[in-house]
Design a binder for this molecule. Structure first.
Ligand SMILES: *Cc1c(COP(=O)(O)O)cnc(C)c1O
Length: 392
């Protein structure tokens, strides 16, 4: 009997090692892993470059505290600001810490402007921003908040619809005390639903009009996953605050909040902190991940190979219209929406040695490493087609 608490519904499978896109299970079988720790292992398993980087740093110094200057963190922050909209950054250890810290920055900004009551955050109903007490109430999902009352105040919700208007009544939902709109650029857990560029622009416009902040949660869709470093880049929208995590650590727990100078000014010494956040070990891994992702041609290849994957999946959808409802997502953040509950299909893929994971709305998430090879995508397509053919 397991002594682990029962808050997960675990599949009966464990792994002894991994290499690139593959995992080797204790049952002796080799699996094509298109979960990659839920979009975390951006460079695959046991990446030699990351192994070298972490070992090198492990022999020097792991952890010192933010009471001191951490050169590896200075370097990582500098690189992220040079490549993005952000002017300042602080580091956390996870996605939910990053989204919470993003909320703190937004509130503190208006506090510093003499408007402490301007503190409400407008989020999309049934979105996902993590599992801390505040983040679950930000998400506004009944499933996640059930039994965890009292309700954390300060969050309002809008709908995100496929039909127009995409955000019904959004202007009415922005009150005098609204500080920010916070949305995932691509809703991950919610079923790989992209907010179209036009809608992102619209959100930016409203935020400008109402003089409130725009927070884009890129914890899942950021760091190259969409084919651009950030999923909002093509829209040309400039957010005020962006929490990141998952992909930036390549498998090591690492999160961060990126922000503009305007809002960063509100965060004075002592206003926020983290014991582990930004330690030399994590920072060195983050730098090593960026070494790869910032390499010339890396993201171009993500765009190229994912385009191929999307075209092939859409062809499968045409061939099996009774199974697939929609192929969703951008880059290597892919959702196959089925017409029916997806659990059995995921199990069938697993029986054929392809690992995938669910999302809401009957969606099967496909999350290869960003350096996935074409023949690995072809193998996945072959397995998906085989399951389609045999599916009853
Ligand atoms: C995974 C995720 C989080 C939470 O990250 P954790 O590291 O699990 O705390 C927050 N926001 C989004 C969009 C996510 O996908």
């Amino acid at each position: 009997m397991s002594s682990l608490a029962k808050n997960y519904n675990r599949r009966k499978i464990a792994f002894k090692s991994g290499k690139g896109s593959f995992l080797y299970a204790t049952n002796g079988k080799k699996y094509l892993d298109f979960v990659q720790g839920i979009a975390v292992n951006s460079l695959g398993h046991s990446n030699p470059y990351l192994i070298k980087a972490i070992n090198k740093q492990a022999k020097k110094v792991w952890h010192v505290s933010n009471a001191f200057i951490i050169p590896e963190g200075e370097k990582l922050a500098k690189r992220l600001t040079q490549k993005t909209f952000a002017d300042f950054i602080f580091f956390q250890n996870s996605g939910t810490e990053a989204t919470e810290a993003a909320i703190k920055v937004a509130r503190r900004y208006f506090y510093s402007k003499g408007k402490p009551n301007k503190n409400r955050i407008l989020c999309i109903k049934n979105s996902f921003h993590g599992r801390t007490i505040a983040a679950i109430f930000a998400s506004g999902s009944k499933k996640m908040t059930e039994g965890f009352g009292p309700k954390v105040p300060g969050f309002d919700h809008i709908e995100f619809k496929k039909s127009k208007p995409r955000f019904p009544n959004i202007k009415r939902k922005i009150k005098k005390n609204t500080a920010a709109i916070m949305v995932e650029t691509i809703m991950g857990e919610g079923g790989i639903k992209s907010i179209p560029d036009k809608c992102l622009k619209y959100l930016r416009k409203i935020c400008n009009e109402k003089k409130i902040l725009l927070i884009l949660d890129e914890v899942q869709c950021g760091i190259g996953r969409s084919g651009d470093f950030f999923a909002f880049e093509k829209s040309k929208v400039k957010p005020d605050i962006v929490p990141i995590a998952k992909g930036i650590g390549g498998g090591f727990p690492l999160g961060a909040v990126l922000m503009t100078k305007k809002v960063a000014k509100a965060m004075s010494p002592g206003s926020h902190g983290s014991t582990f956040g930004g330690n030399p070990l994590a920072m060195n891994v983050g730098n090593a991940v960026l070494d790869q992702i910032f390499k010339k041609g890396f993201l171009k290849n993500v765009r190229k190979i994912s385009k191929y994957f999307h075209i092939k999946l859409n062809k499968l959808k045409k061939d099996y219209p009774n199974i697939f409802k929609e192929i969703r997502g951008k880059g290597l953040l892919i959702g196959m929406q089925l017409h029916f509950d997806q659990s059995k299909f995921i199990r069938s893929l697993e029986k054929n040695y392809l690992l995938t994971i669910r999302a809401s709305e009957n969606v099967i998430r496909i999350l290869p490493p960003l350096n996935v090879k074409k023949n690995e995508i072809d193998l996945a397509l072959k397995i998906i087609e085989k399951v389609c053919r045999e599916y009853k």
